[in-house]
Design a binder for this molecule. Sequence first.
Ligand code: TRP
Length: 437
Amino acid sequence: MAQTRENWRSRSGFIIAAAGSAVGLGNIWRFPYVAGENGGGAFIAIYLGIVFTLGFSVFLAEQTIGRASKRSPIAAFRTLRGGAWPIVGFIGVLAAVVILPFYSVVGGWTFGFVWKSILTTTAEAGSFGNFISHGWLPILFHALFMSATVGIVIAGVNSGIERWCRILLPGLVVIMIVLIIRSITLSGAEKGLAFFLQPDFSKVTMATIQAALSQAFFSISVGMGVMITYGSYIARERSLPGDAACVIGLDSLFAILAGLIILPAVFAMGQNPSAGPVLTFVTLPKIFAEISGGTIFAILFFVILSVAALTSAISILEVVVAHLSDEHDFSRHKGTIATGIILFLAGIPAALSFGPWADVTLFGMTIFDLMDFFATKLLLPAGAIGMALFIGWVFWPTAADNLNRPDVSPPKWAPVWRWMCAIISPALILWVMIGGF
Ligand code: TRP
C-alpha cells in the first residue's frame, strides 16, 4: 500500500532539513584542517567558487529529480525514465547503507566526548584518545547515536526531521558564536585567523582544486540521493533554485564558522594545525584542558559536533527508509527500526577499527577506512555523475520546466545549468575520482 506522501510543512522546511543534512562532520571536523593545509583564504575562495557553480548544479539536479518524481532515489529514476537509470538511484542507496554505519561510529565518538567532557577533570585530557581505541565503549555510543537517529526519523518528515532540524540548527549557530568569541580572544589567536583566512595562492596546486571539489560535493550532501528524497517532499508551488542557494550558503557559512573556532585556538595554544583528522578529536581536547573554563567549552564544542552529525545522519537514514517505503511497502516504523538495527551491526567492525581490530586490513586499509573509501571515493562521485548526466542528457528540457512553479517559465540561466550537468560537472567529478586512487 503506497502511503500518501508528506510535504514539508513550512516554507523553509526543505531549507532547514537540507541544511541540517549538509552541515555535518564535513564542515566542523574536516573543512578547517583541509582549508588550513591548502592555502587558507585561497582555498576558501576556490571552495566557494566551486560550491556555488558545480555544487549548485548537481544539488539542483538532485532536487529536480526528487520533486518531479515525488519518489525516493531508485523509484524516482524508474518513474521519470526507467531503463538502466534506476542503477544511479541504487548507487545512492548503497552509499547510504555503507556510509551510515561508520558515520554513526564517529557520531558516537562525538556523543562520547560530550560525556567525557562532563566527567573528565581537565588533567585527563589524554583519555580522549583512549576512548576511540577502547573496545566496547565506542560501540555503546555508536548504539546511542544510531538510536537517536532512528528516534527522529521514525517520527516522520514533519514531526521528526523538519521539527528537530528547526530546533537543532539555530542552537548550533548560537553555541558556535560563543565558541568563536572564546577562541579569537585567546592571546595569539590572530596567527590562526591569518592562517585560516589569508589567501596563500602559492599553495594552490591541482591537488588543492581536487581537495576543494571533493570537500564541496561531500559537504553539500550530493551523490547519495538525499536531495532527491528531501526534494520529493517539496510542494509544486515552490521554486527550487532559491532553496538550493540558501542551503549551500548556510553550509558554507557553517564551515567558515567552524574554522573560526578551531584554527585561532590551535595557533594560540601552539598546536600543529596540520594534524589532519585528529585535529578535532585529539588536539582540541588538549587545548580545552589548558584554557580557563575549558570544561564548559569542551562540552559546548562536542555538543555542536554531535548536533551537526545527528542532523546529517537522519538524512542518510531517510534515504533508505524512503526507499523501503516506496519500493517495498515497509511502514516508516518497520523500515526505520530494521534499517537502524542492521546498520548498527554493520558499524561494529568500523567501531573496532581503531582498537582491537586495528590490524584487520584489506588493501592496507582498516574496515573503517575501507567503507569510507568505497563510499566517498567511489559511490558518491559515481552517483553524482549519474544524476548530473540524467538532467543534462535525458530529462532535458523537462527538467527546466520543473525548476519553478508550473506557471512560471524557467530561469534564463537554465541552459547554463544544462551544460554544467551534461559535461562540466561530470568531467570534473571524474577527474577527482581518478585522483582519489
Ligand atoms: N554533508 C554531511 C557532512 O558534511 C554528510 C552527509 C550527509 C552526506 N548526507 C550526505 C554526504 C549525503 C554525502 C551525501 O558531514
